[in-house]
Design a protein around this ligand. Sequence first.
Ligand SMILES: Nc1nc2c(ncn2[C@@H]2O[C@H](COP(=O)(O)OP(=O)(O)OP(=O)(O)O)[C@@H](O)[C@H]2O)c(=O)[nH]1
Ligand SMILES: [Mg+2]
Length: 403
Amino acid sequence: MIAGLVGKTHVGKSTFFSAATLAPAKIGKVPFTTIEPNRGVASIRVKCVCAELGIKDEPRNSVCVNGTRWVPVELVDVAGLVPDAHKGRGLGNKFLDDLRQADGFIQVIDAAGCTDANGNPCEPGARDPLDDVRFLDYEITMWTLGILKKDWDKIVKGVTQLKQDPVALLGERLAGLMVTRKHILSVMKSVSELGKRVDQWSEADMKLFVDGVRKVSKPMVIAANKIDLPSAEENIARLRDEFKDVPVIPCSAEAELALRLAEKKGMISYMPGDREFKVIKGEALNDKQKEGLKRIGDLLEKWGNTGVQEAVEAVYIRQLKEIPVFPVEDSNKFTDHQGRVLPDVFLVPEGTTARGLAYRIHTDLGDGFLYAINARSGQKIGEDHPLKPRDIIKIVSAKGFKG
Ligand SMILES: Nc1nc2c(ncn2[C@@H]2O[C@H](COP(=O)(O)OP(=O)(O)OP(=O)(O)O)[C@@H](O)[C@H]2O)c(=O)[nH]1
Ligand SMILES: [Mg+2]
């Protein structure tokens, strides 16, 4: 899975990206700074099973700090957009093309309302951030509609004359956007206007379809950025009121980036998502740095955290519904074949079965799947058994694989 940072130009997407991944990304003084996408690795926190089992783990694909596993996840930061991007304004469809592969979105907005529709600075509060959310939805819908319409005659002909499956035809058209058959079926079932044959769909019906597909195929969280500016607070309440089915996470990408860089330099101790940090080398800080850290300290006290870590976790856990599982080869010692204790944590979609996990580890394990063992209880589990968060699983397969 990969989450995409999306939104109007110059609202802090690259700042958020850098803060979450510590990967370099150009942060702009002017709109349209990002052109080519930045890809990087962030982490989400999972309560490790090591404490519960009373064992010392030896993580391989993740890091364990005081009983918290930091599990890697991918982020992509793309070009920003302005209204009418789908018609080619600004960088046009570039941001959308680069986001096609994303499974979920973190929409960054300037919650303080000090960036106008074209990404230029304006008086705090002069731009309504609710409009940023609305226009992004609109741009994505119009862009997808354009893609669908390109082949509409072919789809209609396939359904009416060749008696082909409409879901398959729609799916084929939207496959490049990571839209699946499941997404399409769920929209067609839940929107009553789409109950008629596709050749009867009006333009408004097509829009309803595309809107629905966007919501299910690109679940989103809103990172309401710039909470360090006073005009943000009131807007956050309004955003929550208006967009009830989308998590709105107050955040300050700039504060998180400053904390992470100070931590990297050894000036403070801080873990992403924490409510506080500790100054280590107070004497090495200049007055400006001291003042900056004081302001960030006040911000953390007020908001609980900078919101960056929370937003990444919200898109992966709440929206994409990924669950962590711990695969092992020895269900008594909780080790892999090299004797490494609890080496890996995998994030898998909710509902993944024991056999699905086997396939995720290696095709051979999946093909030769016999049964699995819940290492916590010692119980045997069958191929269709859906896994639960933090399950520790041994796969028994006729075909071995030494990873
Ligand atoms: N006050 C404040 N400013 C921020 C915050 N995050 C980012 N900024 C500022 O917003 C401006 C734009 O930041 P970028 O990260 O380049 O924004 P972007 O959305 O990637 O912009 P484009 O790539 O040009 O579309 C810069 O001046 C940042 O310093 C924040 O949390 N608070
Ligand atoms: Mg950028």
